[in-house]
Design a protein around this ligand. Structure first.
Ligand code: SF4
Ligand code: SF4
Length: 439
């Protein structure tokens, strides 16, 4: 057995908890899951069916753990793991599965194929067979912490530039984008780029929130690699910063996997985790319901549909918040079908969108999403996850959809700024003068 195979199997064995064992053992081979997978729906090849993807893993699992598979491997389709299998598994677990869990929801036995694919990713990462781009991005995030001073000045300059835009948009020369403000109530964790900082800053300013940015962004490529060590190292930077600044709450930018990591995984990874974690869409929905944001939906007159991110929606439970927002900020909201927990993945999740050589693959995998969008007749597709937005933008170009892709928070900001402008230009209320004053 080669060293690489040994590394792969050691990592696989480490992942074998009760949940994974159940997923590997209970498949009834009914095939019901096939149609639920967007990869299969786009390319109905048997190898794209969730059960077939999992079977590629079960083959060597049975060889190791099934008594019959050990003695008579041919009888139960068991076989030793080989170098060629690792290549095939990399195509499957990284290239043909976005870990969306739609198949799990539709499986009568509840087989969690995404869990099997995640364990396979962990195994491939340990064996050096993960996509290079994902590994580089994860390592770059860890290196940023080690070279923080090198980035600081440049980052602060960029933030001051955005602050000037914030002051222009809000008409408030005192509007600020605080960075590393000790004692702030909220740590807002953005993504790389102004598009997740400025719109959020407008809303924080609108509701008078006590907030701050830190030097770290929300993306976690270690999670895509299913590399617990890297994923924790990247998440720990944010948790340490939240503790150091003494915040009460972490609010995350519109990002699906960052929500999964910090909302659901990180509280189990770190003992001292005394924060509430929310997506900015939860906060925005609450502010809207509390009447804290004046809104003018006529600022968003075109038909809008919403793409439910798998991480936020099906797997994170944020199904109604986006709809509370959309009903308040756009004039014509149209649901995709199916939607909410049954929505199809866009085809770019779980890191696929970051790997250039998988461009054609993810364009094919997005066909089902393209059909869903076309059926709505919408001109704008709102999405609350940066990966989804990138994929939807690429699908738009590739299939000539003629749509515009927008973040939810951008639509809220449009409606908010329009309401402010309307208030500023509204004629002043008539002055009431009493009869006594006139005499
Ligand atoms: S994973 Fe579930 S739906 Fe798919 S073949 Fe197995 S039992 Fe059937
Ligand atoms: S998790 Fe999603 S992409 Fe992966 S097999 Fe299941 S439905 Fe397909």
């Amino acid at each position: 057995m080669s060293e690489r195979i040994q590394q792969a199997l050691t990592a696989f064995e480490k992942s074998l908890d009760r949940r994974l064992l159940a997923a590997l053992e209970v498949c009834a081979r009914c095939g019901i899951c096939a149609e639920s997978c967007h990869v299969f729906a786009a390319e109905p090849d048997f190898r794209n069916a969730p059960a077939a993807k999992a079977e590629a893993v079960r083959r060597f699992y049975r060889r190791l753990h099934d008594p019959i598979g050990r003695l008579f491997p041919w009888w139960v389709g068991a076989k030793d793991l080989t170098e060629a299998d690792l290549e095939e598994l990399a195509e499957i677990a990284f290239g043909a599965c976005t870990l969306c869990r739609r198949c799990t929801m539709n499986c009568p036995m509840g087989v969690d194929t995404a869990l099997i694919m995640r364990a396979t990713r962990a195994m491939l990462t340990a064996a050096g067979k993960a996509p290079e781009m994902l590994t580089q991005l994860a390592d770059a995030a860890i290196a940023r912490e080690e070279n923080l001073e090198f980035f600081r000045e440049f980052y602060i300059d960029q933030i001051r530039e955005l602050e000037r835009e914030l002051q222009e948009q809000t008409g408030d020369p005192d509007a600020r984008i605080p960075v590393e403000k000790a004692g702030a109530e909220i740590l807002y964790v953005a993504l790389s780029g102004a598009h997740t900082i400025l719109p959020a800053a407008v809303l924080f300013h609108a509701v008078g929130a006590d907030w701050t940015l830190s030097m770290f962004e929300a993306a976690n490529y270690g999670y895509f690699l299913a590399d617990l060590q890297r994923a924790r190292a990247i998440a720990r930077r944010i948790v340490d910063e939240a503790r150091r600044l003494g915040v009460k709450e972490i609010i995350l930018a519109e990002c699906g996997h960052a929500y999964t990591v910090l909302r659901w995984e990180a509280p189990n990874w770190f003992e001292d985790f005394p924060f509430r974690v929310r997506s900015i869409i939860e906060a925005a929905a609450e502010w809207i319901q509390q009447g804290r944001l004046p809104l003018d939906p006529s600022a968003n007159p075109e038909p809008v549909t919403y793409h439910d991110s798998c991480n936020l929606g099906r797997n994170g439970g944020l199904l109604e918040e986006p709809r509370i927002i959309l009903r308040a900020v756009v004039q014509d909201f149209r649901e995709m079908s199916p939607n909410r927990a049954e929505n199809f993945c866009c085809g770019g999740g779980a890191g696929l969108v970051a790997v250039p050589e998988w461009y054609e693959k993810r364009m094919r995998a997005g066909r089902r999403k393209v059909e869903q969008i076309r059926q709505t007749g919408a001109r704008i597709v709102a999405a609350s996850c940066d990966n989804c937005r990138l994929q939807l933008g690429d699908l738009n170009d590739y299939y000539g959809l003629g749509i515009r892709v927008s973040g939810l928070i951008d639509l809220v900001v449009n409606a908010y700024l329009a309401a402010r402008r309307m208030k500023a230009t509204a004629p002043a209320a008539p002055v009431r003068v009493s009869v006594q004053e006139l005499i």
